[in-house]
Design a protein around this ligand. Structure first.
Ligand code: WT7
Length: 638
């Protein structure tokens, strides 16, 4: 396969960028032309950021799986589509060619169909990192059903909230998932969630860990039995549902600064075009390359850069079931060696944690196959950048620092490997089609070089979210109400004299813990579920490995009893309500929280204290009870 839209030089980047601004419809129309459409679009773009209303490739008809699978069969049917490395390195790995993947996807699409799934239905997928997760995702897309993948670390309560929000009647899960030396009992978590979700009609359960599970008659069925059953039906084909370019492809829940997680909706046509375009350009993917993205498919990075974009590009995508530190901290490097990986796309938190194990594990592996390294999820500090560059890339692989968000579908700001210049700690330049702007507090654009401000995007791109599921107004207030006619990212950024961007992190009440987005309000709500808690306030603080750690100030009913037990208990409550990723790192018991006279918690002060900047908390004279600040300072947990 060749990619007519692949940018090969800095001049070509500049030309593409210029055209994407001067003639966006011509530019994206050309990119979209190299995909397979049943019917071409009538209009490339219609938009306004007021309602907002964003439509790309209107009137276009397609199915994304025909682009991911069918169109590769003739020329690349025997090429590996997916390489799967199991959790246990002693177990057998799997390779699925495009033909084999196609067969499994149509087969499972028939299973879904047989169980009643139709176009537009919501299907929740809660699985570990096995090929069947990708197969389930693609089978939904084949039928035009809307998948909602939930990361395997989320709790029963988080699942129930998402199922209710999406009114998802179908679930695909597995008995359990292997992660390092753990065996996560996924089906039993689903059972707990479904106590609150009687509208769920069917649960399809894959066998993976052989953990005992209870199957409810009439509701739960085994994946393997269902596959056998459709095989007996004869017809192995499953025609792809013809979708409108603007039909929803999936929902993915993500945290904001207020309320419960919101269901970000991506649509078929624009998402396909944008993610594939970004994949081929940022990583400079060439046919035959082995691409290893270490994210979980439960996050947007996995959706876009393990499943959809690589498969649309006819690439070979590696799925790893386990974790970077099991059986030892050399696991990533051994995988690179074993499969001769060419592109390694991972996260700063993983790099920092592996740095801690020294060079021993790195030196045991042959990393000479690597051509491109990538980073995503949070700002990468220079120390981690250089360690990655020196010891993994051996100073001969470009590192792409890719900035984007769940809402964006694909990478928005990044250097293009070997084509545009890297700058350690900087995401650098916007991709063609992306028009970033920096805004000040008063809604004015900050122009020129060497400035900082709130990062917005002033023109739509095909991969952007279209709505928040079931609540379009939430999309407007969250992203389009802060600044007129702008998409507001929630991030702060600098811009240098060459137009490079350095993302400094969230400017709202959203934390980024090990590259995972967590709302402070969500964590507070979970803490407040603990019977002894009166109220709480949660802030982030710099954490060596996680990027940000979670610091909780808790007002507790009684000072008696064992504090460390109570802390554990509160952390357990958060794990139960949200999931282990949201557990506070530090819990400080306080007698009260600093509040304004109108009752608003002054997080600014709490943030400063958590960061250890005790002399720099700013003006506290407007507080209801200024003494509480001294008490909190004295009790600060280092
Ligand atoms: C937030 C989005 C889609 C990527 C995975 C996380 C932060 C992401 C970078 C980067 C600095 C980054 C931002 C953003 N972020 N990548 N390369 N440099 N910050 O997706 O969970 O939607 O989180 O992650 O703060 O807003 P997400």
């Amino acid at each position: 396969m060749s990619y007519p839209f692949q940018i090969k030089s800095f001049d070509e980047y500049q030309a593409a960028y210029k055209r994407s601004v001067d003639d966006p419809e011509g530019f994206w129309g050309d990119v979209a032309s190299s995909f397979y459409w049943r019917k071409k679009w009538d209009k490339v773009l219609e938009w306004n950021f007021k309602e907002p209303n964003i439509k790309w490739f209107q009137g276009g008809r397609l199915n994304i799986t025909e682009n991911c699978l069918d169109r590769h069969l003739e020329t690349s049917g025997n090429k590996p589509a997916i390489i799967w490395e199991p959790n246990d390195p002693e177990d057998r790995h799997r390779v699925l060619t495009y033909r084999e993947l196609y067969n499994k996807v149509v087969q499972f699409a028939n299973v879904l169909k047989n169980n009643g799934v139709k176009k537009g239905d919501r299907v929740c997928i809660y699985m570990g990192m096995v090929p069947e997760l990708a197969i389930a995702v693609l089978a939904c897309a084949r039928l035009g059903a809307i998948h909602s993948v939930i990361f395997g670390g989320f709790s029963a309560q988080s699942i129930a909230d998402r199922l209710q929000d999406a009114q998802a009647e179908y679930i695909v899960t597995s008995d359990g998932a292997f992660r390092g030396n753990k065996d996560v009992p996924l089906k039993s978590v689903i059972d707990d969630a479904l106590v609150q979700c009687h509208f769920v009609k069917r649960v399809i359960v894959l066998t993976r860990t052989r953990t005992p599970v209870s199957m409810i008659k009439g509701r739960d069925v085994w994946w393997e039995d269902e596959v056998k059953f459709v095989e007996t039906m004869g017809n192995p084909d499953c025609p792809a549902e013809e979708m409108d370019a603007e039909d929803p492809l999936f929902i993915l829940y993500t945290s904001g600064s207020t309320g419960k997680p919101k269901g970000v909706v991506h649509t078929v046509g624009g998402y396909m075009v944008y993610t594939t375009y970004s994949f081929v350009n940022v990583f400079q993917y060439n046919p035959g390359d082995i691409h290893f993205c270490t994210a979980d498919i439960g996050w947007i990075t996995g959706h876009s850069y393990i499943v959809y974009a690589p498969l649309c590009a006819g690439a070979t995508s590696l799925i790893f079931e386990g974790i970077p530190t099991w059986p030892d901290a050399g696991r990533f490097w051994k995988i690179v060696d074993k499969y001769r990986v060419n592109i390694l796309y991972t996260a700063p938190t993983a790099i920092r944690s592996l740095m801690g194990f020294g060079l021993g594990p790195v030196q045991q592996a042959d990393l000479s196959s690597l051509k491109v390294l990538g980073s995503v999820g949070e700002p990468i500090n220079e120390e981690a950048w250089h360690w990655f560059d020196d010891n993994i890339g051996k100073n001969r692989c470009p590192i792409v620092d890719t900035w984007w968000q769940t809402e964006n579908g694909g990478i928005l700001i990044s250097n293009l490997a070997g084509v545009t210049k890297a700058k350690p700690g900087w995401a650098t330049l916007p991709l063609p089609g992306i028009q970033p702007v920096l805004m000040d507090e008063n809604g004015k654009e900050i122009e020129g070089p060497n400035v900082g401000g709130n990062l917005c995007v002033k023109f739509p791109w095909p991969g952007m979210l279209r709505t928040t599921y079931g609540d379009h107004e939430r999309m407007r207030t969250n992203y389009f109400a802060t600044y007129d006619d702008m998409y507001f990212t929630g991030d702060g950024s600098y811009r240098d004299e060459d137009g490079n961007y350095r993302i400094t992190g969230r400017v709202d009440d959203v934390l980024n813990v090990s590259g995972h987005r967590i709302g402070t309000a969500e964590v507070e709500n979970a803490i407040n579920m603990h019977a002894g808690v009166v109220e709480s306030a949660v802030v982030g603080y710099p954490h060596e490995v996680k990027g940000q750690g979670i610091y909780a100030y808790v007002v507790y009913t009684s000072a008696h009893g064992d504090e460390s037990l109570t802390r554990k208990d509160i952390a357990q409550t958060v794990a139960r309500i949200i999931g282990p990723i949201a557990k506070p790192d530090k819990i400080q018991f306080v007698s009260g929280l600093p509040k304004t006279r109108s009752g608003k918690i002054m997080r600014r002060i709490l943030r400063k204290i958590a960061e250890g900047e005790l002399d720099n908390v700013g003006d506290i004279s407007t507080l209801l009870d200024p003494q509480v600040v001294d008490e909190i300072k004295r009790g600060r947990l280092a």
